[in-house]
Ligand binder design. Structure first.
Ligand code: BGC
Length: 457
């Protein structure tokens, strides 16, 4: 029987889901991912096709978000729709987005708009994309165009989603387009994207002084397989620094942690160029020293054997479900940035087609978010990845992250249990004992304590 214990989130906390244009809209034929799919690079052989058909029916899915009493929703704009050829703008695309944003606002859902989420127009790619510093100006011009057109319906912006994933997956591991394996180029792309964010930030600030502007990084923790081993600890720390902390520091100071080669050139005006820190957190890896893994700086990553796992995906990239990681990341970002800005969880999610681990995973991660808040970290919102199943990049339709199940052929939706649980949490702005009891009873004691007295956060 419920005793009515409750773990409350701060007033005004933002609750929502996150998504990206190419994964949801369908028929985005003018970007490098579409071409990559046509060339047969998706591991499952899938193509994005109609995706979740958001170009025509995003508003139908916003109804679900409204039912869950989400007060925010993060989506992205597709640059290749807005500027399909260099310098030629398609105002009807902007109008379509305006319609979506107005629809959200009518539902009392604050739109959070990402300007770049992995996809580039083909003409930009032909010019060398972010590997060429001179091309940053094209991105800034696009951003200015969009913000000038939509500033009356959106104030919360994400310039670039995960420059670290885009650069490393595309230019070092070769898993994303353009499929290259070139460390120097990967670092150059990362550096240029960070600069693109900084320049976009000031351009946007000029047009819309009241805007909230930031970018998000993907944070993937790396722990040593043997914590007593000097070399395991060493490679874990180098990998974690390269992927997580060097880009964060570059955003903060304009200088990279390992200033070599392309990272030597500092990024002017970087410090202060954000209003919040966007945090995307999914998992952690264990790592063991391995002289064969030169491309991964001599560390072989793997998932802990006893771990509760995500569905792994065809590339085995979705490993452990590790709730404490979100707490560790929040604390570390807060520490490294000296608490200078509020934090938003701009993404956190689980690939779990059966939805038999997701409810527990959501609850455990949220408890960890609260723990961070109670310890003084100013976390202001949580965006679950994602509302409806969407085209999962190089894994195609093979893995499912949605609160709502989608059959991409029939476009049929069926909400998973997680959706109703998430809705109850958002509505209550709290984790209540009754929610835990009904969805994940085995967590009652660990969340609320044996007699419910001490809150275990
Ligand atoms: C990306 C999303 C992606 C998710 C799950 C994040 O890194 O921003 O686009 O769907 O991971 O793989």
């Amino acid at each position: 029987m419920s005793r009515g214990y409750t773990l409350r989130f701060p007033q005004g906390f933002l609750w929502g889901t996150a998504s990206a244009a190419h994964q949801n809209e369908g028929d985005n034929v003018n970007n490098q991912w579409y071409r990559w799919e046509q060339q047969g690079h998706i591991l499952s052989g899938d193509q994005s096709g109609n995706a979740a058909d958001w170009w025509h029916r995003a508003e139908k899915d916003f109804e679900w978000a409204e039912q869950m009493e989400n007060n925010a929703l993060r989506l992205s704009l597709e640059w290749s729709r807005i500027e399909p050829t260099e310098g030629k703008w398609d105002s009807s695309a902007v109008e379509r987005y305006r319609h979506m944003l107005i629809d959200l606002r009518k539902r009392h859902i604050t739109p959070v708009v990402t300007l770049h989420h992995f996809t580039d127009p083909l003409w930009f790619v032909e010019r060398g994309g972010f590997a060429d510093q001179e091309n940053i100006a094209f991105f800034v011009r696009y951003v200015e165009y969009v913000v000038a057109a939509l500033h009356d319906v959106c104030t919360f912006w994400v310039t670039i989603n995960e420059p670290n994933v885009y650069a490393l997956q595309g230019y070092l591991f070769g898993a994303f387009p353009p499929g290259q394996r070139d460390l120097k180029k990967a670092l150059l792309v990362l550096r240029n994207m960070m600069q693109a964010h900084v320049e976009a930030f000031y351009a946007m600030r000029n047009i819309q002084p009241e805007a909230l502007i930031g970018y998000c990084l993907h944070y993937r923790l790396v722990d040593p397989a043997n914590s007593l081993s000097f070399v395991d600890r060493g490679v874990a720390s180098v990998q974690e620094t390269l992927f997580n902390w060097a880009p964060l520091q570059a955003g903060e100071t304009g200088r990279f942690t390992f200033p070599t080669g392309p990272l030597l050139a500092p990024i002017p005006r970087a410090s202060g160029a954000r209003d919040y820190h966007g945090i995307n957190y999914y998992t952690r890896d264990m790592v063991r020293f391995d002289p064969q893994s030169a491309i991964e700086v001599f560390g072989k990553r793997f998932t802990r054997q006893k771990a509760t796992r995500n569905d792994p995906g065809l590339d085995n990239s979705f490993g452990e479900i590790y709730p404490e990681g979100i707490y560790r990341v929040l604390k570390e970002v807060y520490r490294r940035t000296r608490g200078n800005k509020p934090l938003y969880i701009t993404e956190n999610g689980f690939s779990d087609v059966l939805d038999d681990r997701r409810p527990r995973a959501i609850l455990e991660h949220l408890v960890m978010v609260l723990r961070a808040i109670h310890s003084g970290v100013p976390v202001r919102g949580y965006f679950h990845w994602t509302l409806v199943d969407s085209f999962e990049w190089n894994n195609g339709w093979y893995v499912r992250f949605g609160l709502i199940d989608l059959d991409p052929l029939t476009q049929m939706r069926s909400p998973r249990r997680s959706a109703s649980m998430f809705g109850e949490i958002c509505r209550a702005n709290a984790i209540t004992e009754s929610i835990v009891e009904r969805y994940v009873p085995e967590l009652l004691e660990s969340v609320f304590g044996a007699r419910g007295r001490e809150l275990r956060v």
